[in-house]
Design a protein around this ligand. Structure first.
Ligand SMILES: *Cc1c(COP(=O)(O)O)cnc(C)c1O
Length: 352
């Protein structure tokens, strides 16, 4: 079975060997206070910078998931309130997590097919962090480079946080245009779940130090202290970090990956111009490069998913309110060329 589910998703085929290597080298039993761990952790962070073009002066923290990142941002980087702009389920969930900790947090729902405009962005003095979902996995929208530059330019004094769970390691992210970036690894990194990455600009680190919040095992303030030795506050997912390290060695730089991803996306888009199947997101400026949502009537959606299943192809289901009338395709780097070709061959006679 080939899966095109956008998370958890197809992992790199090399993972099988890396798991065996992890066992054989004994890394699975190593102490997280040992030199061997420090070395693995330091090298992994250097590789992240190198392969994803993360600036030298940004700090990278390990945790368990994107959900944990939502919570850490609320508990350790926010004094009273954050503001959230979203058009889909993950952006909304982030707001719910923030509101549970800081009831004054605010949300703004964005129209599905329109870019974020300054006109909607009623940002007030008291909004401390602007929270944006760079790639909204539920409806396959994205916030593009121009919009990110616009937001940075309009609000130079605010912290800006981007959820990039389904785009980091798939597209080239402009880290200089935001203060907080995060993802978990079961999407574009092509890894098993259980590891999250929180990336902080010096501005975010400074805010964490000013707030000095230390009442949780995962307080960012405590995690930053441990990270000075490339360590974590609790025993981390050492196996996950090891697998991440191996995958980072294997993958090309992000510019090369992005080209490949965008090329595949345009091939998919060529297929879905017909009258029955079309992209849920018609505006190219807000359409994701790493996840495609294809819309059709619910019966056609059911039929094509069933037909795919018979051929050993698992198409991603629609999410939330788009469950019945869309299917999704993960356009993630770990999907092999042969699997991509197989999906294109399956789809071509059925949708064009
Ligand atoms: C998958 C996803 C999440 C949740 O990730 P977890 O690692 O399960 O917490 C959050 N945001 C976006 C945009 C996602 O795609």
């Amino acid at each position: 079975m080939i899966t095109f589910f956008p998370g958890p998703s197809q992992v790199y085929p090399e993972i099988k060997q890396y798991l065996a290597d992890a066992f054989d080298t004994g890394i699975v039993s190593v102490s997280h206070r040992s030199g061997q761990f420090n070395q693995l952790s330091e090298e992994t962070i250097q590789l992240l910078r190198l392969k994803l073009a993360i600036p030298e002066n940004y700090t990278i923290l390990y945790n368990t998931s994107a959900t944990e990142c939502w919570e850490i941002i609320a508990q350790s980087v926010t004094r009273c309130q954050s503001i959230h702009f979203h058009s889909g389920a993950f952006g909304e969930k982030w707001y719910q997590y923030a509101k549970a900790i800081h009831p004054l947090s605010r949300e703004n729902k964005m129209p599905l097919n329109e870019p974020l405009l300054l006109d909607y962005m009623d940002i007030r003095e008291e909004d401390e962090i602007i929270c944006l979902t760079q790639n909204e996995t539920s409806n396959a929208t994205q916030i593009d480079l121009e919009t990110m530059a616009m937001v940075r330019g309009a609000f130079p004094q605010k912290l800006i946080a981007y959820d990039c769970t389904s785009s980091m390691a798939g597209i080239h992210l402009p880290f200089a245009l935001g203060d907080i970036w995060f993802a978990s690894v079961q999407k574009c990194f092509g890894l098993p779940s259980g590891l999250g990455l929180l990336i902080l600009a010096p501005s975010a680190v400074q805010r964490i130090e000013e707030l000095g919040e230390k009442s949780h095992y995962n307080s960012a303030h405590t995690m930053l202290k441990h990270m000075q030795q490339f360590q974590t506050s609790c025993t981390p997912n050492v196996l996950g970090i090891y697998l991440l390290n191996r995958v980072l060695h294997q993958i090309p730089t992000i510019e090369i990956t992005e080209k490949r991803i965008k090329n595949r996306m345009s091939q998919y888009l060529n297929l879905f111009g017909g009258k029955d199947f079309y992209p849920l997101i018609s505006n190219p400026a807000v359409r994701s490069s790493t996840v495609l949502a294809v819309e059709a009537n619910p019966q056609k959606i059911r039929e094509i998913k069933d037909a795919a299943m018979k051929e050993g192809i698992l198409l991603g289901s629609g999410y939330g309110k788009w469950k019945e009338n869309t299917f999704r395709i993960a356009n993630f780097p770990a999907i092999q060329d042969t699997d991509f070709q197989r999906l294109v061959q399956f789809l071509t006679p059925r949708v064009v």
